[in-house]
Write a protein that binds this ligand. Sequence first.
Ligand code: SF4
Length: 359
Amino acid sequence: MLHRRIALFVPHQGCPKDCVFCNQSRITGQKRENRLTEEQVRRTIEEHRATIPPDALVEIAYFGGSFTGLPRSYQRMLLEVAKEYIDAGVVQGIRFSTRPDYITDSIMEFLIQYGVTTIELGTQSLDDTVLELSARGHSAAQVKKAVETIRKYPGIEVGLQLLPGLPGDSKELVMETVQKAISLQPDFVRIYPALVIAGTELEWLFHTKQYVPLTLEEAIDLVAGMWVEFMQADIPVIRMGLHSSEDLRTEGTIIAGPFHPSFRQLVEAKLYADLLDLVKQEVDPKEIKKVTLHPADETALRGSKGGNWKGFVKQCSPNIPLLEFNSSLHRHMIEVSMRDGQVISYRLSALADLESSFL
Ligand code: SF4
């Protein structure tokens, strides 16, 4: 089943203050004081509808701010328009992002009247010092409480947005955050390594040498380590790295930090490189006859400029293993067929047990 999202941005609106890393207006290209009118919402939905296949499952997504911190009348307008489309059967759900401290029972009672299906909590870290240094204005305990509150309303999914690499963060604290996040059992996670965006306090901290962002390589390693932990816990990571929008790519928007337009692919390629290393350690590479995987994982397995696979094949020399594809295999795993007939499966999630490769 196809899934499609109609995204509408409500940048910065509903926020009590500026978190040190955030300049939503810069990322989305919309001014903080701009409010969507009912007409704009309808127009955006109609424009998207025209391009969405009729059999797709469609969600209206309000992103970019703290939705439940918006004035109630504004929230009501946005939700009522969306619900009209739900009632007409052309849209199947509503999702938005908000702050954990803006989730209460009374807020949830209000939301469920409109068919909200997914709430994403801007969590960033589950370490109180990191949260404080980022001026988040909420604690890790409030994230837990928000998740528990949402869970009282079956049918609403909850996702956590994590930002490794904030001030005061470390690899160890990030991996502790991952374990705490897993214990909350979210339905999904997004991971956005912290970037220095123009006009934020983080920019000032960076220029005054009080903050050093992760390098791209560090961020890839760190996010790879996070992802395998979530994979092992069966929690999908639906995004890694910020979406490479035109506004984000505008010169002068990203001051520093580990931005890459294909960040997820780099993480996947790193994990496949590790997986192939693991295979070489566990079996005699010269005895490998064939490696089989899901076709959607081919690019990640081959790695940048095909380097993962070329390096692997060299180790198997003088024999050259076949590379085959099988769409009935699970994603993120490979099957290694040996010359003696043995077939061994390796999953990326197994790399979680090799913690030392990431820390
Ligand atoms: S990170 Fe979220 S809560 Fe913080 S300023 Fe940005 S939109 Fe507001």
